[in-house]
Design a protein around this ligand. Structure first.
Ligand code: ZN
Length: 668
């Protein structure tokens, strides 16, 4: 599972004055900004650890083509055709249509394909097919090589809006596989796929440690029409890229120390065989290793891209511990029992014995596959339920990425536009990042794990409201405790001012600014957004008599302000009591009533105002990154150092990846 960044820190204005002040932003196009992140502490690492990071980073880059092909079967020839054009065109590069073509290519790189990375809709080119063909004709056939035979496929993919309209269709009632353009299933209907995997699961019934069926394969039909899995491993589909990943993992294994050495060995064996039991063995070894300073994820991990939630996209992250920041999560985990015992919930629903989650703060050294260029800010793995149950999970917060987001957002005008009071803005500036980090830590390390169910209550009793209510519970836990004196006592915050920053930001986001992510006419659907709205609106209503939270209009603009932070904290506690009761007792009706009353309906006038004010700031809603580059310093065949550098050119990095880390054929 992955935590995506909150919008509040994502904004960046595109006015020029801001650009000159923002060396963190290296490119901006369409609704995207590309940010550079730094890797503090890399230079001080011992050389063996630098070498290990270098090898793992190379492995992280070798699977890029896999993700392109997973996202849509035509993505590789489209990207490569555009890259040949970009490298060879000698015509007017100032023409509006050329700029549009360049923007399209930048978007394809960013999304790892022709569909938007967040909305999943196919991009609409802002240049004509005639122009495109004219550009190609001016270059001549030779530079295109084998790509020439894909010309028709590429043109149709780019210009025919009816082809591959969405990467992932989730509309209930339609055939979700035939209407999704991703390449996880080919020529099989949803009913066929469901029957295929139901049969597999039935054969494994009663196994308490089931493998993740279908995780690492495409489901398709053979020539005889029989349904088969094409497994992603060294000798199977995507084998050319996987062999490269293995090459670098073997180098990493050679310099790693136990127990990490064994973990890498499991992963190599899994890649060589495609055997999902070995993937489980890798995950078990990985989750047990909380001591290694360097850590990494490399594999077919998250299933958000598959409508059936079975197939995993390829991704990689290489990182090392941020020792200073880890102190924060260690202190929280060590005091887990105190937090539970003092939680503002009915004592009968407290956990008598809390098991702390292994949580740490990391510094990312390399992002790859589905974590690049857009990236999560927190990760909790592995995903297999039984491994989490029997062996636990690792939860990480990525500090240098949130730091870079934070830097890139400074001076974008967002807080000035939406936060009325200077004192609130000053607090956000001083404590905003600490408040965000602590809230995430409390939410992830303790919030989700706290409380217990009444005996006999089913964990699925809250049905479709369960994820909203669960996120609400974890958020309230974080909000309540961030303002507790215990936090000062533990040395985690200097004063209640940090909570004030968190509260003002949370209420503003929940009641107002998060609406900027919703299309006009739509209501709130996504469960994290619902939970924020639920908390903010409930506290507004409950505190109305005492004017705890207030709407203020100034110069025809609406603002939401918190008048009484102490009282608001009491309301968070009161609400947590009720939400925990609903969960512990499985009170579906009460949960449904709360969500439907507070979390779903959008006030259309307010929505319109937020969208207009947000648009006027010219803030790109999405952000992503360029990676650092590593270069080994050799003495003979021995690595004696690894140098890090920070490229400031998105296009160059993408062209370089296309040239040096592209191993798959056009058709897979
Ligand atoms: Zn959560």
């Amino acid at each position: 599972m992955a935590t995506m960044p909150l919008m509040a820190v994502l904004g960046v204005a595109c006015n020029e004055a801001a650009t000159t002040e923002q060396p963190w932003i290296v490119d901006r196009f369409d609704d995207i900004k590309v940010i550079r992140y730094e890797v503090p502490g890399f230079e001080e690492l011992p050389v063996e650890q630098k070498e290990l990071i270098y090898y793992l980073s190379e492995a992280a880059k070798c699977g890029r083509d896999i993700l392109f092909d997973q996202n849509c079967a035509v993505n590789l020839p489209v990207r490569r055709t555009l890259e040949v054009i970009y490298n060879n065109y000698e015509g007017d590069r100032e023409a509006a249509e050329w700029k549009a073509l360049e923007k399209y290519l930048k978007k394809v790189w960013f999304a790892n394909g022709i569909h938007h990375h967040y909305s999943n809709d196919k991009f609409t080119p802002e240049f004509s097919q005639e122009y495109f063909q004219g550009v190609i004709a001016s270059i001549g056939e030779e530079p295109f090589g084998e790509l020439t035979s894909y010309r028709g496929v590429v043109c149709n993919a780019i210009f025919d809006a009816s082809l591959y309209p969405t990467k992932l269709n989730q509309k209930a009632g339609e055939d979700l596989l035939l209407t999704s353009s991703s390449n996880y299933y080919s020529g099989v209907t949803q009913a066929e796929a469901e029957a295929f995997y139901a049969k597999m699961a039935a054969a494994d019934k009663g196994n308490m440690q089931p493998i993740s069926y279908g995780l690492n394969s495409q489901l398709t039909k053979d020539d005889a029409g029989k349904i088969i899995e094409r497994v992603w491993f060294a000798e199977g589909m995507y084998g050319e890229a996987i062999k490269q990943i293995i090459y670098w993992l073997e180098k990493a294994e050679a310099v790693a120390v136990e127990p990490q050495k064994q973990t890498i060995r499991h992963l190599i064996e899994y890649y060589k065989t495609g055997d999902l039991k070995l993937f489980d063995a890798y995950n078990i070894a990985w989750v047990a290793d909380t001591e290694s300073h360097i850590d990494f994820v490399n594999g077919f991990i998250e299933d958000y891209g598959d409508a059936l939630g079975r197939k995993a996209s390829w991704e990689s992250i290489v990182n090392f511990k941020d020792v200073e920041a880890c102190h924060r999560t260690e202190v929280i985990s060590e005091n887990a029992q105190w937090f539970e015992d003092n939680s503002p919930i009915n004592p009968i629903y407290r956990k008598p014995e809390v098991k702390g989650v292994s949580a740490k703060v990391i510094t990312v050294a390399m992002l790859g596959g589905d974590c690049f260029p857009a990236t999560p800010i927190g990760i909790n793995l592995p995903n297999a339920d039984w491994i989490r149950r029997d062996y636990g999970s690792k939860s990480v917060t990525i500090d240098n990425i949130t730091y870079a987001y934070d830097k890139a957002a400074q001076g974008n005008g967002f807080t000035e536009e939406f936060m009325l009071r200077e004192e609130d803005r000053a607090r956000i500036k001083e404590f905003g990042k600490l408040a965000d980090d602590l809230h995430t830590d409390l939410h992830e390390c303790l919030g989700h794990g706290s409380g217990r169910l009444k005996e006999g209550v089913s964990p699925t009793a809250l049905g479709s409201y369960s994820s909203t209510l669960e996120e609400t519970r974890a958020d309230l836990f974080g909000l309540y405790y961030i303002g507790d004196e215990k936090m000062v006592e533990l040395g985690l915050v200097p004063s209640f001012e940090v909570a004030k920053a968190a509260y003002a930001d949370y209420i503003m986001n929940g009641m107002m600014t998060q609406l900027s992510r919703i299309e006009p006419g739509k209501n709130v659907e996504e469960s994290h957004m619902r939970n924020r709205k639920l908390i903010a609106e409930w506290c507004y209503a409950e505190g109305k008599a005492e004017n705890v939270i207030e709407w203020v209009t100034e110069n025809d603009k609406r603002y939401i302000v918190v008048n009484d932070f102490e009282k608001l904290r009491e309301l968070f506690g009161k609400m947590l009591w009720e939400i925990q009761r609903i969960k512990s007792e499985g009170d579906f009706e009460a949960g449904k009533a709360l969500v439907e009353q507070y979390a779903v309906q959008v006030d259309p006038e307010l929505h319109q105002e937020v969208l207009a004010r947000y648009a006027a700031l010219g803030i790109e809603p999405y952000g992503g990154f360029v990676n650092p580059e590593y270069e080994p310093v050799m003495e003979g065949d021995k690595v004696v150092d690894v140098k890090i550098s920070y490229p400031a050119n998105y296009v160059e990095q993408m062209l370089g990846y296309g040239k040096n880390y592209s191993f798959l054929p056009n058709k897979n």
